[in-house]
Design a protein around this ligand. Structure first.
Ligand SMILES: [Zn+2]
Length: 125
């Protein structure tokens, strides 16, 4: 898809809506490979020069998401990519797989998720 101010705004809106539903802070967005290369190296380490190959990349530790708008062919895949990356942000411990895909489908359908909370460790003396 071709990035223009309209599409940029649409993406920011979608990210805002889904971040809200998933109870995560809105990530900083990178929408072109140039944005990725311009970002501080330590933020994009590991997926910097290879980012162009993917529809999206989450830089979890930096609350940073790359949406590779140029590579994305249509709106459906765009929405999918946004939700996929934001599910990574909400469920950081979860790897790709059946459960991950299920959460993406639920997210696309409008499901909300409560904030992530680390389980309390039980301490006993
Ligand atoms: Zn992924």
């Amino acid at each position: 898809m071709k990035i223009d101010p309209d599409l940029r705004l649409q993406i920011m809106e979608k990210v805002g809506i889904y971040s809200n539903r998933f109870s995560i802070p809105e990530p900083r967005l990178l929408l072109t490979t140039k944005d990725v290369l311009d970002a501080p190296k330590e933020m994009t380490e590991g997926r910097r020069t290879s980012a162009y190959k993917y529809y999206g990349v989450s830089y979890l530790q930096h609350n940073l998401v790359f949406v590779n708008v140029r590579k994305i062919p249509d709106e459906k895949i765009l929405e999918n990519t946004i939700v996929h990356e934001l599910i990574h942000m909400r469920f950081q411990y979860l790897a790709h797989g059946k459960r991950f895909n299920k959460l993406v489908r639920q997210g696309l359908r409008g499901k909300t998720f409560p904030p992530y909370r680390k389980r309390n460790k039980i301490s006993a003396i």
